[in-house]
Design a protein around this ligand. Structure first.
Ligand code: 13P
Ligand code: SF4
Length: 366
């Protein structure tokens, strides 16, 4: 979906860091617990500094739900996270995304029309009642609503296995279609003991997903052909190079990385789990991390007794997470103080109803 952020006033873009800090402090003081600022781990330090809570996408969804007193939630993350927060919060709460251009290229790889078309195509050749649709949190509210309405659930990188186990426990003949990240779906299915020949990739650009009828019927897991361009950069060669340079080093990667990278790593987990892995590592350890660079650098700065480095020597920021900066945060906060909140992310009533079912199934399972 096209969302355009109009340029904001020079009052913010031309301000010195100290002036922006004063604006943010003043707005937070004026608003008190009327405002709650959430920061995803990939945010810049200049933004994270002001977050009331940090988290991975699962924790942020829980936190949004647990703060009914906050009439305004300023979501420093990307669009699908702000949508989920809107779905999970009350009608009297508003969720603001400081920069509307903060989307997610992976979420954009599954469009609701393509998903509905895929479902109809599968129904034309197989027993659709055997299919349970599961979507990764990194998807639009429309797709979360689709899975909610069709007996499925949402998952995040920290609970994908529990959600797939739930889906497969429904019936011995269950098949899953997993949107939109093929890597998280594949890594989770392998973890659960499925073989490569029990999985197939659904290509939304090809007739019948690029598959034949027999494969659609026999595959236990259909993987939507989507990926994260940040995590897909990590290669096993990066791990080989890291291990050669740091024979006692620890390798931790995000499950959006490809399967061979996850197999070569010592630990695989969500951003929250990556933080826990660094905390648990012995003093003096060197940890090579396969995820977005802002989190890697922050872990290195906040853990002075350990060395945390990116597995990829070339910097790999998430360009959309990077859209949120201190000027946009100050602008969003002052708009609330002035009584004309900007960039409100509002999911329509029908979509909210079904997306909430998909999200609450996830929260109840994990
Ligand atoms: P987490 O749920 O691990 O925070 O991941 C979100 C994300 O977008 C990773 O690219
Ligand atoms: Fe989306 Fe990848 Fe950025 Fe995460 S890192 S928000 S999956 S583009």
């Amino acid at each position: 979906m096209l969302r355009i952020q109009r340029p904001i006033s020079e009052r913010y873009t031309e301000a010195e860091p100290q002036q922006l800090a004063s604006m943010i402090v003043a707005a937070k003081e004026a608003l008190g617990d009327q405002v709650f600022i959430l920061g995803h781990h990939y945010q810049r330090d200049e933004v994270m500094e002001w977050a009331d809570a940090r988290g991975d996408s699962f924790k942020l969804a829980q936190l949004a739900q647990e703060h009914p007193e906050a009439k305004h939630i300023v979501f420093c993350g990307v669009h699908f996270m702000a949508e989920s927060a809107d779905v999970l919060t009350g009608d009297d709460q508003k969720v603001l995304l400081p920069d509307l251009n903060a989307g997610c290229s992976m979420a954009d790889m599954a469009d609701i029309d393509e998903v509905e078309e895929a479902w109809e195509s599968i129904a034309a050749v197989a027993d659709i009642n055997k299919f349970v649709p599961i979507t990764y949190m990194n998807s639009s509210a429309a797709i979360k609503a689709f899975v909610g309405e069709h007996g499925g659930a949402v998952c995040t990188s920290s609970n994908a296995r529990a959600i797939l186990e739930w889906a497969f426990a429904k019936d011995k003949d269950t098949n899953v279609i997993f949107f939109p990240d093929q890597h998280l779906g594949r890594n989770t299915a392998y973890d659960m003991g499925f073989d490569a020949d029990e999985m197939a990739i659904w290509n939304p650009r090809a007739d019948l997903g690029g598959l034949d009828e027999a494969t659609i019927k026999s595959a236990r897991v259909l993987l939507w052909k989507g990926h994260c361009s940040v995590h897909q950069r990590f290669q096993t060669e990066h791990i080989d190079d890291f291990r050669a340079a740091h024979p006692n080093g620890i390798v931790v990667v995000h499950p959006e990385c490809s399967h061979d990278v996850c197999v070569a790593a010592d630990q695989v987990g969500s951003t929250e789990k990556i933080i826990e892995a660094v905390e648990a590592a012995p003093v003096g350890a060197t940890i090579g991390v396969g995820t977005e660079i802002h989190l890697v650098n922050r872990l290195n700065n906040e853990t002075p007794d350990k060395t945390v480095i990116s597995l990829d020597p070339l910097v790999c920021p998430c360009s959309t997470m990077f859209r949120i900066d201190a000027p946009h945060l100050a602008w969003a906060l002052e708009s609330i103080v002035e009584g004309r909140p900007v960039n409100i992310i509002e999911v329509d009533e029908d979509t909210t109803y079904w997306a909430k079912i998909g999200l609450e199934r996830m929260l109840a399972i994990t």
